[in-house]
Design a protein around this ligand. Structure first.
Ligand code: IMP
Length: 432
């Protein structure tokens, strides 16, 4: 098993970190290949909680090497903050953490650009405000992108910023309709000084990570790839334009880490037992039943608030149409069902098995946001269960309703369920 990918099959926050943690002894290197500090996860080690956005969750495993691939966008202060917080907690990552010289760098003007674009009433995507989209735009646009490797040469960096920043200032003035007080002006020299300071501290981590990973594969090392966000937020296959700006499906690995697909031999699709989404965009199974409703109950019990932004997540029933679509695109071999315990106590549960669009029954997922927004879910109802299941460790010991619910998800997606999670702790897990 040289390469395993753990990928979320919904709109992110599927508790992928717990699966990576459970696979802890089965890999030597953990790799991130997409996104940036828009992801968020809390990792608890010896009772201490670490909030990570940019570093992979596997970074806390002793002896494991962590790699941030070229497909990730880096905000250097955030990277250093996370490294420092781990060091304060007694986890030294030096010599175990590597950052691609080809990864693109987020600058303060990216965040300002995003703030201005998202503050208008139209065209809002509901982003995390971390500068992710504008940085990827500059990467693909080529003229204004700066990579980690560029930070390591002071003259080169200053020259690039002297060319880029005046353009960015003009762009921001235009986005703010010329209102001087509505946007922040940037000075290329000040940014260069600030980032050269970061570069000194980043340098020991910087590597040609594609080569590092290829050498590791040749040496028989086992790799695990942590996808950030969820497959429905993939820039190509997600609910465009309400997506993130990177390839969050396993297809992003080849481009975002330089590891050919043939090395990825196991793909684990992670789903929540229900659905959540943060930000704008269509969500056919969303529960909008008010403060006393089931949606609010799931949000409260499942603590469904964004790790990065603190925003309440939108909550809805499990959507088998959407997950069938992403499981196929991801090439998932198995699925893991997370947070099943959150549904305990509900008299009945609904699973969306098809959509209705203009009088037609659809069993495929229209990933176009305009079409999806007009789809009505068609539900199947399954009786719930009353029992607390957080102490259950075997599938056979689950109440009949819970067992049926998991089996039905498996049947509808057409994949075996390999893990059912019944609580946040490592022990609160049913391995099937
Ligand atoms: P961006 O990635 O900040 O540009 O945000 C684009 C969309 O992706 C927004 O709807 C965000 O809420 C969503 N998003 C980005 N990262 C995550 C994540 O890690 N979990 C859930 N949603 C995310």
């Amino acid at each position: 098993m040289p390469g395993t990918c753990v990928v979320g099959l919904q709109w992110g926050d599927e508790a992928k970190g717990k699966i990576v943690d459970l696979l802890g002894n089965d890999f030597d290197i953990v790799v991130r290949y997409n996104g940036g500090a828009n992801a968020g996860h809390t990792v608890v080690v010896n009772g201490k909680a670490f909030k990570l956005s940019l570093l992979p969750t596997g970074v806390i495993r002793p002896g494991v090497v962590s790699v941030i691939g070229n497909g990730v966008v880096i905000y250097p202060p955030r990277f250093l903050e996370e490294v420092d917080s781990l060091a304060h907690g007694g986890i030294d990552v030096s010599g175990h953490l590597f950052l691609s010289d080809h990864a693109h760098v987020i600058f303060p003007y990216h965040m300002e650009e995003e703030r201005l674009l998202e503050s208008g009433s139209e065209g809002k995507i509901g982003t995390t405000g971390r500068g992710i989209g504008p940085c990827y735009q500059d990467k693909v646009g080529r003229r204004f992108g700066i990579r980690v490797g560029d930070l390591l040469n002071g003259d080169h960096l200053r020259e690039r910023l002297r060319f880029i920043v005046p353009f960015k200032n003009r762009l921001m003035m235009a986005l703010a309709n010329g209102q001087a007080s509505a946007w922040r002006h940037f000075d290329p020299e000040a940014i260069a000084e600030e980032y050269l300071g970061y570069a000194q501290r980043l340098q020991p981590y910087v590597r040609d990570t594609s080569r590092l990973l290829q050498d590791a594969l040749r040496a028989g090392k086992r790799l695990i790839f942590e996808a950030a966000q969820g497959s429905l937020l993939d820039v190509d296959h997600g609910t465009y334009p309400y997506v993130t700006s990177s390839s969050s499906l396993p297809s992003g690995i080849w481009g975002g880490a330089g590891v050919p697909a043939k090395f990825i031999t196991r793909i684990i699709g992670v789903v929540k037992a229900y659905t959540t989404r943060v930000g704008q965009g269509p969500f056919p199974t969303e529960l909008t039943d008010g403060p006393e409703g089931i949606g609010e109950r799931i949000r409260r019990i499942g603590r469904e608030y964004g790790t990065v932004t603190g925003r309440p997540r939108r909550v809805g029933w499990f959507d088998a149409v959407a997950v069938r679509y992403t499981a196929t695109l991801a090439g998932a071999d198995e699925i893991t069902v997370m947070l099943l315990d959150v549904l305990s106590g509900l008299p009945e549960l609904k699973i969306c098995t098809a959509y209705e669009l203009e009088g037609q029954r659809l069993t495929h997922f229209p990933s176009d946001a305009y079409q999806l927004a007009r789809c009505q879910p068609i539900y199947e109802t399954i009786p719930g269960w009353r029992e607390d299941i957080t102490g259950v460790r075997k599938l056979a010991d689950l109440p009949a309703g819970a067992r049926r619910y998991v089996e039905r998800i498996s049947e509808l997606i057409g994949l075996k369920v390999s893990v059912v999670s019944v609580g946040p702790d490592r022990e609160q897990t049913i391995v099937v």
